[in-house]
Design a protein around this ligand. Structure first.
Ligand SMILES: *[C@@H]1O[C@H](CO)[C@@H](O)[C@H](O)[C@H]1NC(C)=O
Ligand SMILES: *[C@@H]1O[C@H](CO)[C@@H](O)[C@H](O)[C@H]1NC(C)=O
Ligand SMILES: *[C@@H]1O[C@H](CO)[C@@H](O)[C@H](O)[C@H]1NC(C)=O
Ligand SMILES: *[C@@H]1O[C@H](CO)[C@@H](O)[C@H](O)[C@H]1NC(C)=O
Ligand SMILES: *[C@@H]1O[C@H](CO)[C@@H](O)[C@H](O)[C@H]1NC(C)=O
Ligand SMILES: *[C@@H]1O[C@H](CO)[C@@H](O)[C@H](O)[C@H]1NC(C)=O
Length: 647
């Protein structure tokens, strides 16, 4: 059954009064309208509409017009990279970027980049012209660019991009006028990775098994130079029952598959290799090249749910992310995509900005108000526990909380889960949007100081002659027992470092090792207390470093340095000595008690305050509270679908 026969078959069967094989099986592929079971994006240089021209050559600028369309949500953090041809940034460049309600991060090594845009620009280093062109359609837009700048180097309309890379450069051999054409091949100046929204699915009517198949069907393109496809496959942490991935392409194509923890079967046409395992391609098997044929193939292998069926053009890079929820419903298709709502805009924006940061003890959220511009009228932001409300200043929303508070849950390893609740005021109506998120807890050594044995509310202040409680912790899920606390030191500038704890035992005077809580969620915790007393004749420093090391049996060491400010009961915090008000207060008090006492107090103060204004912190100490991990082990997983592949 060839590709041409396929569309005819259902018609023929219908004429003959017989159901077609797909329907007979009770599996009729339908577009997915609810939450899609997979997220798929692929690299391409074919744009919806586009053109190039040499008309800008005689003018003062190279002019690129990029018009972004969204078929689903209209808010997204779009990455645009503008790269010069052969590193030459000498010619001034104008970028017209139309992307309504979109947040864009435009980066370029060229400083002379003028951006006309209606998008909200984030973290851009280029000059920005605030005036986007007033144009209602493609014709007006191009006319505006021609009138304003004398020519157009390129025009591209791109649908649903994850990122766009624009390569600069003008060509005298391009047509004199930029006249847009459908499905324009912009390979010389543009590459993009676009999301695919036409996923279809179905399940076998009397399906007993829940074995599910995902099918990617590359549409053959005549004279395509592509011989290798890089497929990044991402699976949910909680693996579902058995799944198969069926990859259909031209037989000459090699699939290079990289996965993260995917327990999945493959059925591949052409050749394939698994990036982590084999270097030699494995020969696949011949697969049918029609929709029905592929569905039948899955059934033949006893996979009775077609969780996703995707037909895309042949591409060099595909990213497939299998979602956790993949309930297949054979609901009738609705052809219009849902309109973007405030809620979907907020979801996309926050999940792109990822404004949260976790340690294994705390969660911190900082959101620049300017980034929330696409969502209007945010009144306040809370976590799942609405008593945890973000503070705000003129530019930011901020929230910092222990992981044990505010409804944070620690299901699974290495992540803290909560929700951001945005309260919006739209006119008189108040409404809220909830965005659930996962905050990654880094796998490094953490140090905390606490003022009391309750080990609540960590601080970074060390008070002289007062007990301080220290907690050292780290996630080591695989074998928590392997990880041991080696030693902790207190280093004070110009004084001998003091050994506090070594090999799990107290060393210094006034140090006591405390029983830590049992490890949970793969997190190991050690605790001790100590009292910092200034040695006789020594001066009270302004800061000190607490330094701890933990290690594995094989001599891999994790190290962390915490810079703390030293608080002297006498010296007021955040103040280098007594302020005028304090001196006046002392004087006034003394007036009542007697002038002699003033003299005594003043004498004591002037003899205990440090002589140098601010003692230098030892030059080897890090500048701020920072960590250094000697040997970093464990993979910091790079997301294969991120823009790192752009370069
Ligand atoms: C913009 O992209 C650059 C390069 O990828 C990145 O370094 C920077 O952090 C991004 N800025 C924002 C605000 O996302
Ligand atoms: C599919 O299931 C049937 C009946 O359970 C079994 O006979 C057959 O061998 C299975 N086929 C495959 C490819 O596993
Ligand atoms: C595919 O991935 C390999 C290894 O990561 C890389 O060397 C190769 O250039 C990639 N190919 C394409 C077409 O991106
Ligand atoms: C947030 O703002 C809304 C609207 O002003 C208000 O009803 C709500 O009580 C606020 N939430 C908190 C936690 O203050
Ligand atoms: C608001 O707080 C943020 C985060 O602490 C800070 O970076 C920013 O400078 C503050 N802005 C103003 C205007 O104080
Ligand atoms: C030490 O062991 C850990 C796992 O237990 C491993 O990841 C690491 O690579 C080892 N380091 C060395 C230097 O052998």
């Amino acid at each position: 059954m060839g590709p041409r026969a396929a569309p005819l078959l259902p018609l023929l069967l219908a004429l003959l009064g017989r159901p077609d094989p797909g329907r007979a099986e009770g599996c009729d592929l339908q577009p997915v309208t609810a939450e899609p079971p997979v997220t798929l994006s692929y690299a391409t240089s074919t744009v919806q509409r586009g053109c190039v021209s040499s008309s800008s050559l005689g003018s003062g600028h190279e002019v690129h017009v990029l018009s972004i369309e969204w078929s689903k949500v209209s808010a997204f953090l779009l990455k645009v990279l503008v790269t010069p041809r052969a590193g030459d940034c000498s010619r001034p460049v104008v970028l017209v970027l139309l992307c309504a309600h979109c947040a864009a991060n435009v980066t370029s090594p060229c400083p002379d980049l003028l951006i006309h845009t209606d998008a909200h620009l984030l973290g851009t280093m280029t000059s920005q012209d605030p005036e986007p062109p007033m144009a209602t359609g493609e014709g007006q837009l191009l006319a505006w660019a021609r009138e304003t700048y004398g020519g157009i180097t390129s025009y591209s309309e791109v649908r649903d991009p994850r990122w766009v890379q624009l390569r600069l450069g003008e060509d005298a051999s391009s047509p004199p006028d930029c006249i847009p054409r459908e499905r324009f091949n912009a390979v010389l100046h543009l590459e993009t990775e676009v999301f695919f929204h036409g996923v279809k699915s179905c399940s076998h009517g009397d399906a007993q098994s829940t074995k599910a198949a995902h099918i990617i069907h590359l549409q053959p393109e005549p004279s395509s130079p592509i011989t290798e496809v890089n497929l990044s496959l991402i699976c949910p942490e909680r693996a579902r029952s058995s799944q198969i991935l069926i990859l259909q392409s031209r037989a000459e194509l090699t699939w290079s598959i990289s996965t993260s923890k995917c327990d999945i079967q493959f059925l591949v046409s052409g050749h394939y290799k698994l990036a982590s395992m084999s270097s030699e391609p494995i020969a696949g098997e011949l697969l049918p090249d029609t929709e029905q044929g592929l569905v039948a193939k899955a059934f033949e292998k006893n996979y009775s749910v077609i969780a996703s069926y995707t037909a895309i053009p042949t591409s060099t890079r595909i990213c497939l992310e299998i979602q956790e929820h993949e309930v297949v419903r054979s609901a009738p298709a609705t052809s219009t995509p849902p309109a973007p709502t405030v809620s979907s805009v907020a979801h996309m924006l926050l999940l792109m900005l990822k404004p949260w940061k976790c340690t294994d003890e705390t969660m911190e959220i900082v959101i620049a108000r300017s980034h929330l511009e696409p969502i209007k009228d945010v009144v306040n932001i809370t976590l799942r526990d609405i008593s945890c409300q973000a503070e705000k200043n003129a530019t930011h929303f901020m929230l910092k909380t222990p992981l044990s508070h505010c409804g944070t849950s620690l299901e699974g390893w290495g992540h803290a889960n909560n929700e951001l609740i945005l309260n919006l005021a739209t006119g008189a109506v108040l409404r809220s949007v909830r965005v659930a998120f996962q905050c990654k807890i880094p796998r490094e050594l953490f140090l905390y100081l606490f003022p009391t044995a309750a080990f609540e509310e960590p601080q970074t202040e060390l008070e002289v002659n007062k007990e301080t409680f220290v907690q050292v912790s780290m996630r080591w899920e695989d074998h928590p027992a392997d990880l041991q606390l080696k030693e902790c030191w207190l280093a004070v500038p110009r004084q001998e470092p003091v050994l506090l704890v070594q090999g799990g035992e107290a060393r210094g005077a006034g140090v006591a090792v405390l029983e830590g809580p049992p490890s949970s969620h793969g997190r190991k915790i050690w605790r001790f207390r100590f009292t910092y007393a200034v040695p006789e004749g020594g001066r009270v420093p302004f800061s000190a470093n607490l330094k701890c090391k933990a290690g594995l049996q094989n001599n891999t060491i994790f190290e962390k340095v915490l810079e703390v400010t030293v608080k002297d009961g006498w010296r007021l915090p955040n103040n280098r000595g007594l302020g005028l008000a304090a001196v006046l207060g002392i004087t006034f008090g003394a007036f009542l008690i007697g002038a002699l006492l003033t003299a005594v107090l003043w004498y004591i103060y002037s003899h205990t305050r440090p002589i140098s204004k601010l003692q230098p912190v030892s030059s080897t100490a890090p500048a701020s509270e920072s960590s250094s991990t000697n040997h970093s082990i464990g993979s910091t997983q790079s997301t294969p679908c991120s823009t790192s592949s752009m370069a």
